[in-house]
Design a protein around this ligand. Structure first.
Ligand SMILES: Nc1ncnc2c1ncn2[C@@H]1O[C@H](COP(=O)(O)OP(=O)(O)O)[C@@H](O)[C@H]1O
Ligand SMILES: [Mg+2]
Length: 336
């Protein structure tokens, strides 16, 4: 097939996406497809040499908002509407975060009449919103931590802090409602830290989530088509699973299949599939959990366009299930 891989984009996860995209391009070529790499953040004019697209790949911190502000989302419209997509059978979306994972580029592609991988417009938009996703989890009997929402610009006064302290307690997690890669997230130990944590998260999103901190282990489950892949346990070597631990080699240990009792594995996998189905995800996605020492687990979120470097979580789980990376990418294309 003639495939365009969309990579880069205009979100805080731009560099991660370049790495995902580069890996996917290689894998799809290995699987026998004709592949063009396209960074929609650059509009209709792409660099002459593909290698130039990959220059910004992965530093140990996300790009600054100043650097990102130079990339206009209007370029995405121009790109999708350009001859770059003439004769393309499928766009493989290797984008992450805002404009790429949130249903917006999916919507442009639908208007242009080009097929694309993974979830559709509604599902992408819904799951980008962590709070909406948690409402759906609750509705479907999936355990998820207590939470409260604050809008950017809301007064963070004693009343709010007392309410949060009473309803959630400490420690708690403050995070942007619609970002990825642990950007803008703070673990708050006491009421005094709440205002700054909210201010930080509000730099990345108009809505901020305050969520019960779930101590214990970190798990994630990939789903590809109808298959729920083996559970992965994520063990950051120190601290927690932040941007650096996610993308710096050696800072995190991954265990797949996770060492868990069989019935617990089964329940977590079943619940992952429920979250996938009820949020109407398609193709593939990855569901994040926290597991307490008493083996109670809580779902954090579902990612519709998770990382896709050869060593990312979904490819790891696929490898554990005997699916090599090129086959995984090819399967995702065939699920369109
Ligand atoms: N309620 C929570 N309790 C404990 N850890 C959390 C909680 N929320 C987030 N974290 C930590 O922060 C990481 C990122 O949070 P997550 O909600 O998955 O957002 P994203 O991956 O989109 O940045 C998680 O993988 C986990 O390590
Ligand atoms: Mg996550």
């Amino acid at each position: 097939m003639n495939i365009a891989v969309f990579l880069g984009g205009t979100s805080a996860e731009r560099e991660v996406s370049l790495a995902s995209g580069k890996a996917v391009v290689g894998a799809l070529r290995e699987a026998g497809h004709t592949v063009t790499a396209v960074d929609p953040a650059l509009g209709a004019r792409q660099p002459e040499h593909e290698a130039d697209l990959y220059r910004e790949i992965l530093h140990d911190a996300p790009p600054t908002q100043e650097a990102l502000s130079k990339l206009s989302p209007r370029n995405l419209i121009e790109c999708v509407n350009s001859p770059l997509l003439d004769g393309i059978d499928v766009v493989f979306l290797a984008l992450h975060g805002e404009w790429g994972e949130d249903g917006k580029i999916q919507s442009l592609l639908e208007m242009r009449g080009v097929k694309y991988t993974a979830s559709g417009v509604m599902s992408s938009a819904l799951t980008m919103d962590k709070s909406m996703t948690k409402i759906l989890m609750r509705h479907n009997g999936i355990a998820t931590g207590k939470w409260e929402m604050v809008r950017r610009g809301d007064r963070v006064d004693a009343v709010l802090i007392e309410r949060v302290a009473a309803e959630i307690g400490f420690p708690l997690v403050v995070k942007p409602n619609d970002q990825g890669s642990t950007v803008g997230l703070t673990i708050v130990q006491n009421p005094l830290q709440i205002p700054n944590a909210i201010a930080l998260a509000a730099r990345f999103s108009t809505s901020v989530m305050l969520e019960e901190f779930i101590p214990g282990r970190e798990l994630t489950v990939a789903i590809v088509g109808d298959r729920v892949l083996p559970v992965i346990e994520i063990k950051p070597k120190d601290g927690f699973y932040d941007y650096q631990h996610k993308y710096t080699k050696g800072m995190t240990e991954y265990i797949c299949p996770a060492d868990l009792p069989a019935d617990l594995t089964e329940r977590i996998q079943r619940d992952s599939k429920i979250v996938f189905d009820r949020t109407q995800c398609k193709g593939f996605a990855r569901v994040d959990f926290r597991l307490r020492d008493d083996n109670e687990y809580f779902c954090l979120e579902i990612n519709t366009l998770p990382g896709m470097t050869a060593t990312s979580l979904v490819p790891k789980a696929a490898a554990a299930a005997g699916i090599p990376f090129p086959e995984l990418c090819d399967t995702i294309v065939k699920l369109v």
